[in-house]
Design a protein around this ligand. Structure first.
Ligand code: GTP
Length: 455
């Protein structure tokens, strides 16, 4: 399982809907190592683009995060798959899926996902590799996530309670347990005991005793056996694949505005969903990184707490929420909705150096008579703010300057050529390109694989 299959990156002359179009040129010209990253606060629709591009890449790799990502993709028959840990390339039979060292892996969740895929006829054997350096996320990490959130009371972060933060905390304070530890069941119980005792001493009400440890160890003995064929030194696999000129697509989870360093701290995730996270989360050199596609929704959404300068409160927000079906894939939570925030997008483009953008869910704006674009941030006294403020208080107090653009009031979900979009829709896309200085190469007009316009 450690070896990579022969290159399948021979591009098909047909587009995703089976007809020839300019899309294939866009995909063919992507560099050997390319990435798809979220530009906002997650849920931009990265999964769909990754799934489409995966057909032309040998490897699809995840480099950060865990089961807090909730990619939704559809197969050729229109069947819906919600993936959390398994890379979105899994529906393409020829693609090898890598879960890199930077990912935190919840084994019960991973096996559940694999079972679900296999029972729907998607083969996973030999197609998923899990890094021996990846950290294990245990059920108790999820309990700790909840306990920490309740301690924070009113200023809670609004995490998905999947245990991601507590697992990364253990990684950073260096008492975490890694996938490779499953190969040493003699020392595994000791390591787990240390972790669980630590939690028990920290949180009153966290039940822990020898019976808990025994049960957990037994469970992980079984998991270790089942995981063995999937475990690999993915740093070696990926770097060998690069030397062999195989094509690698990196699938980002979450998004830059949730980045532990660059996001709206502390309302962020615990990993680096921006460009830097690709190198640290896969063990590849920055110079091999090529095209990065930033995925940005035609408006903005955010789950949980934290600053959101262009948020639309009340009825307007509800309209977008229902039109865009903005409810979390992982948690079902309603997402907060607002206008596209160009100041945040420019900041995100600066950090990641995107070569192009994928504007998703343009179809969702179709009913609106006019559309607002948050083009700049200003202080209360009217002076322009040059970049995205680090300070939460500054973010809460700033004023957003809007431009109002005409809506198109036409269903665009069946449009496949850019020139066939209504003039107002093209104006909207081109104004975004002009403001951020990065070309939009892909436009989503519906959830299906084929609902994509190549520009
Ligand atoms: P995270 O990693 O959790 O941030 O997920 P994601 O960015 O991959 O988002 P997800 O795949 O959950 O996509 C959000 C939803 O939007 C899914 O239901 C997609 O099917 C849907 N979607 C994606 N692109 C489009 C589009 O262009 N139009 C419409 N209407 N829906 C879309």
């Amino acid at each position: 399982v450690c070896s990579v299959k022969p290159s399948i990156a021979t591009p098909s002359p047909l587009s995703v809907d089976g007809s020839p179009n300019q899309g294939i040129n866009r995909i063919e010209s992507l560099t050997q190592v390319s990435g798809v990253l979220g530009c906002q606060w997650g849920d931009e629709g990265k999964g769909k683009l990754v799934d489409i591009l995966a057909q032309h890449f040998d490897i699809v790799a995840r480099c950060q995060g865990g089961a807090n990502a909730g990619h939704t993709i559809y197969n050729a028959e229109g069947k819906k798959f919600a993936l959390h840990l398994v890379p979105s390339g899994i529906l393409n039979e020829e693609t090898l899926c890598v879960i890199g060292n930077g990912v935190v892996v919840h084994l019960p969740g991973l096996f559940k996902e694999i079972d679900g895929l296999q029972s729907n006829g998607v083969s996973c054997k030999g197609r998923i590799l899990v890094s021996d350096r990846a950290h294990l996320l245990f059920d108790f990490h999820q309990v700790v996530d909840g306990l920490r959130e309740s301690e924070l009371a009113k200023s809670f972060i609004g995490t998905t309670k999947r245990g991601i933060g507590p697992c990364y905390s253990n990684k950073v304070i260096r008492n975490g347990i890694r996938v490779s530890d499953l190969r040493h069941m003699d020392t595994f119980p000791q390591k787990l005991d240390l972790l669980l005792s630590d939690v028990a001493s920290r949180f009153r009400g966290f039940e822990y005793g020898p019976h808990v440890l025994k049960e957990e160890v037994e469970k992980y003995k079984r998991f270790a056996e089942r995981l063995e064929p999937f475990i690999a030194d993915t740093v070696l696999v990926v770097n060998e694949a690069i030397s062999e000129k195989k094509k690698i697509l990196v699938e980002g989870g979450q998004a830059t505005m949730l980045d532990i360093d660059f996001g709206t701290y502390p309302f962020v995730t615990s990993s680096s969903p921006s460009a830097g996270g690709i190198c640290t989360g896969l063990g590849i050199a920055p110079r091999v990184l090529g095209d990065l596609v930033g995925v940005v929704k035609a408006y903005t959404t955010r789950v949980g707490s934290g600053p959101f300068p262009t948020e639309i409160l009340g009825h307007g927000g509800d309209l977008l929420r229902f039109a865009g079906q903005e409810f979390g894939t992982t948690t079902g939570r309603p997402r907060r909705c607002g206008w596209l925030d160009i100041a945040a997008l420019k900041y995100c483009c600066q950090i990641n150096g995107f070569s192009s953008l994928n504007l998703t869910k343009l179809d969702v704006l179709s009913d609106l008579p006019e559309i607002q674009l948050g083009v700049a941030y200003k202080q209360i006294d009217g002076t322009q703010i040059k970049s995205f403020p680090a300070d939460l208080r500054d973010l809460e107090q700033l004023k957003v300057e809007y431009e109002v653009l005409p809506g198109w009031k036409t269903d665009i979900s069946s449009v496949r050529n850019y020139s066939d979009l209504p003039k107002a829709a093209r104006q909207y896309v081109e104004r975004i390109e002009e403001l951020v200085g990065v070309p939009v190469h892909y436009i989503g007009v519906g959830p299906g694989r084929d609902a994509l316009i190549y520009k």
